[in-house]
Design a binder for this molecule. Structure first.
Ligand code: HPA
Length: 269
């Protein structure tokens, strides 16, 4: 079956479940689930109930789609995502997000936890994504291109929307949240990087490194949606002689540092 047909089926499933159309989609990364408590729920659907949508196998990802209102706006919140490293194909990773865009969301806000590479970034800091390096070895646009979703060779010059970034920066200032700006590098994972890989990414121009987001951003931009991304720095990226990085320590740092990201999202939306 064509990817577009699967996505259409998901859309009609979501339409049957919720009698509303979301304006925005928010994807919550590791340890950032607390944001969902701020949303006034209309309906919540486990990923396992949604046709053709893979289930997240990562502990800290709840694995459900929350549709609800925030400041009166209808939003769709992905409480966790699926990754390439779980064994999913690139199209699987972005299928639900693509469906939410066709359902009605014209703006997607991607959040994630990542290791800080740039020396000025410390755990707990927030970084607005200005651009990305997809170092996952594959694009989410791989394979047959269905023109109903987007063009074969999309321009990526302004992948992360600059006008929205200006607004998000202004919003951060108005609510007293410090927000850095920089480049997110997406690695395949699931291992954290070696120190040599982190050095390589720094030379390439990356400020933070994670294992998600880049495929979602590509697919959403391909479909003409506005893309924004915010990173919570959960740990210093690997370095020789540095501390060991564990998933638990990342999740713990997010639980502690996530509040400012949530405050910013709530103010911005
Ligand atoms: N590397 C990759 N992904 C991550 C990291 C990291 O250091 N921290 C949180 N997600």
């Amino acid at each position: 079956m064509l990817e577009y047909e699967k996505i259409r089926q998901i859309c009609s499933f979501l339409n049957d479940k919720c009698d509303v159309e979301p304006e925005k989609a928010v994807v919550l990364g590791s340890g950032l689930d607390k944001f969902s408590q701020a949303v006034e729920p209309i309906n919540e659907i486990p990923y396992s109930d949604i046709p053709y949508v893979p289930v997240s196998t990562v502990q800290s990802h709840v694995g459900s789609l929350l549709v609800g209102r925030l400041n009166g706006k209808v939003i769709a919140v992905m409480r966790g995502r699926v990754h390439l490293y779980e064994g999913n194909a690139p199209a699987d990773v972005v299928r639900l997000l693509r469906s939410i865009i066709i359902w009605g969301a014209s703006h997607v806000i991607l959040t994630n936890a990542a290791g800080g590479i740039a020396p000025h970034l410390a755990p707990g800091d927030l970084m607005l994504i200005e651009d990305q390096i997809n170092n996952q070895g594959v694009s989410s646009l791989t394979g047959f291109n269905d023109e109903r979703m987007g063009t074969r060779f999309p321009d990526m010059t302004t992948l992360y929307n600059e006008d929205c970034n200006t607004d998000i920066m202004a919003c951060a200032k108005s609510v007293g949240v410090k927000l850095h700006r920089g480049v997110y590098a997406g690695m395949h994972g699931p291992s954290f990087e070696t120190p040599a890989e982190v050095n390589m990414l720094r030379i390439l121009g990356a400020d933070v490194v994670g294992m998600s987001t880049v495929l979602e951003a590509e697919a959403a931009h391909h479909m003409g949606a506005i893309v924004s991304g915010i990173t919570l720095v959960s740990n210093p990226a690997a370095k020789k002689g540095g501390p060991k990085i564990t998933h638990e320590s990342v999740a713990e740092a997010c639980a502690k540092g996530g509040d400012s990201l949530i405050k910013l999202l709530m103010a911005y939306i």
